[in-house]
Design a protein around this ligand. Structure first.
Ligand SMILES: Cc1cc2nc3c(=O)[nH]c(=O)nc-3n(C[C@H](O)[C@H](O)[C@H](O)COP(=O)(O)OP(=O)(O)OC[C@H]3O[C@@H](n4cnc5c(N)ncnc54)[C@H](O)[C@@H]3O)c2cc1C
Length: 114
C-alpha cells in the first residue's frame, strides 16, 4: 500500500517523490509512461557510445547553493561553457556564457555528469 502515487518521473515528480519518501518517510509509487526516469532531461548513450540528451540539450543553471547541494547528493558534475555559442555569435552579440548565464555558488555553470 502506498501513501502517494506520483505521475511523471521528471524533475518535479522525482524531487517530490524523494522528499516524501526520504524526508517524510512516506511510501511513494512513481509512474511514467516513458521507460526511464528524468523526464525531458533524460540522457543516455547512443549506439556509438556518445552521451546524448534524448529530448534536446539540457544544461543546469542555479545560483542557489541549497539547490546545488541537494542535487549533489545524487549526481557528480561536469563543468560546461558555451564555447560553440561564443564562436557562433561572435561579431554581433556578446557570448551567452558571459552575458546571460546563471551560476552555482562557486560562480560556474554546470551540467550533470552521467
Ligand atoms: C528541448 C528542451 C531543452 C531544455 N533545456 C533546458 C535546460 O537547458 N535547462 C533547464 O533547466 N531546463 C531545460 N528545459 C526544460 C526542462 O526540460 C523542464 O523544465 C523540466 O523537464 C520540467 O520537469 P517536469 O518534471 O515538470 O516535466 P518533464 O521533464 O516533462 O517530466 C514529466 C514526465 O511525466 C510523464 N508523464 C506526463 N504525463 C503522463 C501521464 N499521463 N502518464 C504517465 N506519465 C506521464 C512524461 O513522460 C515525463 O517523463 C528544456 C526543455 C526542452 C524540451
Amino acid at each position: 500500500m502506498f501513501d502517494y502515487m506520483i505521475v511523471g518521473a521528471g524533475f518535479a515528480g522525482s524531487v517530490l517523490a524523494e522528499r516524501l519518501a526520504a524526508g517524510m518517510n512516506k511510501k511513494v509509487l512513481i509512474v511514467d509512461r516513458r521507460p526511464h526516469i528524468g523526464g525531458n532531461a533524460y540522457d543516455c548513450y547512443d549506439e556509438h557510445g556518445i552521451l546524448i540528451h534524448k529530448y534536446g540539450p539540457h544544461i543546469f543553471h542555479t545560483n542557489s547553493a541549497e539547490i546545488f547541494d541537494y542535487l549533489s547528493r545524487f549526481t557528480a558534475w561536469r563543468q560546461y561553457q558555451h564555447r560553440g555559442a561564443r564562436a557562433w555569435m561572435a561579431g554581433w552579440c556578446r557570448s551567452r556564457s558571459t552575458s546571460t548565464r546563471s551560476t552555482n555558488s562557486t560562480g560556474s555553470p554546470w551540467t550533470l555528469k552521467a
